[in-house]
Design a protein. Sequence first.
Lengths: 216, 216
Amino acid sequence: MKRSKISANVIRRLPRYLRKLDDLAYHGVERISSGELGKQMSLTPSQIRQDFSCFGEFGQQGYGYNVEALRDEIATILGMKRGYSAILVGVGNLGHALMENFGFAAYGFHLKAAFDVRPDLVGTEVAGVSIYHADQLAAYLREDSVDIAVLAVPRRFAAQVARMLSENGIGAIWNFTNLELDLDNSKTLVENIHFSDSLLTLSYYLTEAREEDGEA
Amino acid sequence: MKRSKISANVIRRLPRYLRKLDDLAYHGVERISSGELGKQMSLTPSQIRQDFSCFGEFGQQGYGYNVEALRDEIATILGMKRGYSAILVGVGNLGHALMENFGFAAYGFHLKAAFDVRPDLVGTEVAGVSIYHADQLAAYLREDSVDIAVLAVPRRFAAQVARMLSENGIGAIWNFTNLELDLDNSKTLVENIHFSDSLLTLSYYLTEAREEDGEA
């Protein structure tokens, strides 16, 4: 499968499909047409068929998609069955929230360890995951292969920690620091999560609604 | 300006433009062509011109965009100058992280109050914002007009709190609970932030990279 031709828009829709299919399975739906799936996701049926056709044949003309089988295919495509390992760096409020509530395992990730510098945290566990001193991070990465680092340190430390992670062979960084990481000449992948993009989208729609209500 | 025809894809790019323009301004760039902007954002120049043309005339042919003026226009379009008020419901780890680090004011939002049920939190302040008991929330909303509620309660309380917010006239809910809120027949807007979409996108690209490296 030559993946690199697949557009970023298609790829970013895959997790949405996964969520929708999980939801359908939860509600006992076994089979769904591209028309109905499109309706529920505000996509056209042809867009859905096109998206899936990037990855092979998922449905049979006229029979719709088998919800469980399609969910399984998408999970495979997303790498959820590869048993990726993760560490978390920065056990502040956000780091704590991710460790306690995110549920890495549900997405096929094994959160193996967390790192911080605070003496009251080092040596303790959160949600069954041990917290080590950040001084031990480089040595840990050299000994244990780690696929993904969740970066939740204060912004002022972000660049420095990211560079260290990259130099020690981390495959990917899931970046919560709101700093655009500059890892030129590195093979490390970076995915930024920008809370503000989401809030500003909401702000746009609220503004639109207020204007339609004649409050402008 | 008739906004409702503008596609969701364009709207979701606006916060990205804002971030890029902030970054350019920070680095002293005063003017930028659609070509250069496109290059830096992995968009085509014609897509950029098309996006902006939805909102009027922003650039002068051949002169590029004035970074500050364009940033200002986009901020206006996004509703950042409307002085929207916000409250936060659920001061757990994530709620704390948002209050301490998110910087609502930078996006034009005034975070007025927070609500929780924990006795050790009620009556205290986080980052200068008072925490009230959740019992007072409905009364607060009736007295004070609030535009947006940040929903950061545990998932099992999400539906119930969202309904209450909606019934008390909240304009919009920024939903961190990972529960799809069902507010049928309500005018309340909802924007969900799904951390998993971001992680799974990264997981996809990591899988792609590994396959290209021949590890598949």
